[in-house]
Design a protein around this ligand. Structure first.
Ligand code: LLP
Length: 437
């Protein structure tokens, strides 16, 4: 992916940086992010959208990977930002991200989060449910603000990797259900809310999607719903946010479409579905994984090994489910190579274990490698999305550092946690507080 290649030392190189040298300088595990590839993906979305001729907006879904440096990069590339918590919002604001280009998602935004976002002057809220609708209206009223909102609709279409499933009865914690009439009811309430301005609708059909049919179906459904809103409620909206979900290539056999193809298909669907309508909506997208996923590589040091005779060889690395939860949580598959022996042919099949006290902490099963030795550097590819952002301190393991690499230079954008960071919030002898009434 991106700027990766094997250099003259037979080492994996990313962004002009020798990964073995990166591991030596910054330690392992280490998240290495290819800055040029991140920028390239953002530009692909922007130019593909521009080519459609439709009014549009692309927001990066920061849940995939959110740090100060990343927010700054998103701002530099002119994308908008999707946040889902006070923490993501704080990160964006501290990075100097323009608040009016931020929108706020989530199925349980707290009063604190709503107030914080209103005060910051964020661009728009994506309202998920009836409780939030009235809470946001009240809070905006108290502040004398008019909050711009989209309503999140659960369209009854869920796309999975290769297939899509149409469910008549949508069972999801997110959004206003379309089939049961919740969505139209919410539109009416939003229309009549004194301190909200209803600008459009949002839907998200899934993640790691490899086809365009799900998008076509959902655009048709949303077009019919928008027509219904106009005809029955006289609600005229101008934004249709179709979420994210564009797939990436974790493994050789994965066949994601080029970004341009997803965007073209969506644009064609919108043009067809809204032909003859008074308003063609602005199309908003919220890609996360497809911006950062392929740009990330995690470097580990090979430690211990164990052979179960005649069964398999376990090769343990100095990280695992603490820095990459996805294999344990979703049985996600990854590819890897030995960064310091990248030109060597595989000679055996091994399984990569993490270091957590948990049998399920396996990063990769049955990986062909040149016979690994203690001290080798293992590079797991495609770890840019939902790895750092889902990292945790299970077993009090420290979270790794993150470096951005570009043109032979590395920048530490997140420093490695220290042992003292782990006990930073612990209180050894706290003053007891009287709580009993
Ligand atoms: N917009 C909304 C409303 C979303 O819920 C999501 C992802 C996105 C955009 C971005 O989707 P993407 O383009 O990244 O597929 N932790 C899981 C993925 C959870 C995605 C949740 N929502 C994973 O590691 O695969």
């Amino acid at each position: 992916h991106g700027t990766s290649r094997i250099n003259e030392y037979g080492h994996l190189e990313i962004g002009g940086c020798d990964t073995v040298e990166l591991a030596r300088r910054f330690g392992t595990p280490l998240y290495v992010m290819d800055e040029d590839l991140i920028r390239k993906r953002m530009r692909e979305f922007r130019s593909a959208m521009a080519e459609t001729g439709l009014p549009h907006q692309v927001a990066y879904a920061s849940k995939a990977f959110c740090t100060l440096a990343m927010c700054r990069l998103v701002a530099e590339e002119g994308l908008h930002l999707d946040v889902v918590s006070d923490g993501e919002l704080h990160t964006a604001l501290q990075a100097g991200f323009p608040p009016e280009h931020i929108h706020f998602h989530g199925n349980n935004k707290t009063p604190f989060e709503l107030e914080m976002a209103l005060e910051a002057g964020i661009g728009l809220f994506i309202v998920d449910n009836f409780v939030e609708l009235s809470m946001l209206n009240d809070l905006a009223g108290k502040k004398g603000i008019n909050a711009r909102v989209l309503l999140r609709v659960t369209p009854g279409i869920e796309a999975y990797t290769h297939e899509y499933i149409q469910t008549g009865q949508e069972d999801s914690k997110f959004g206003f259900d379309l089939a049961s009439g919740q969505a139209i009811e919410a539109a009416k309430l939003a229309r009549d809310a004194a301190h909200l301005s209803l600008e459009g609708f949002h839907c998200h059909i899934g993640s790691q999607i490899f086809e365009t049919e799900g998008f076509r179906l959902v655009v048709d459904k949303m077009a019919a719903f928008i027509r219904e809103c106009r005809e029955t409620l006289a609600v005229e909206t101008r934004i249709l946010n179709l979420g994210g979900g564009f797939g990436i290539r974790y493994q050789k056999e994965d066949r994601p479409l080029p970004i341009r193809q997803y965007v073209q298909a969506i644009a064609d669907a919108v043009k067809t579905a809204f032909a003859g309508e008074p308003v063609i909506p602005e199309v908003w997208l919220e890609p996360g994984r497809s911006i950062v996923g392929e740009a990330g590589t995690t470097l580990y040091t090979v430690g211990t090994m164990k052979e179960v005779p005649g069964v398999r060889k376990y090769v343990a690395v100095d990280g695992g489910m603490t820095d990459n939860l996805r294999p344990a949580l979703y049985q996600a598959k990854y590819e890897a190579l030995l960064a310091n022996r990248a030109a060597e042919e595989p000679t055996e099949v091994v399984s990569i274990a993490g270091k957590c006290c948990e049998s399920g902490d396996m990063l990769i099963w049955d990986l062909p490698l040149p016979s690994p030795r203690t001290g080798d550097i293992l590079a797991v590819s495609c770890t840019g999305a939902y790895n750092y952002s889902m990292a945790n301190n299970y077993n009090r393991i420290r979270r790794p550092a993150v470096v951005f690499v570009r043109d032979g230079q590395a920048k530490v954008v997140v420093r490695r946690e220290t042992l003292d960071d782990l006990i930073h919030n612990d209180c050894l002898s706290p003053e007891p507080v009287q709580v009993k009434r």
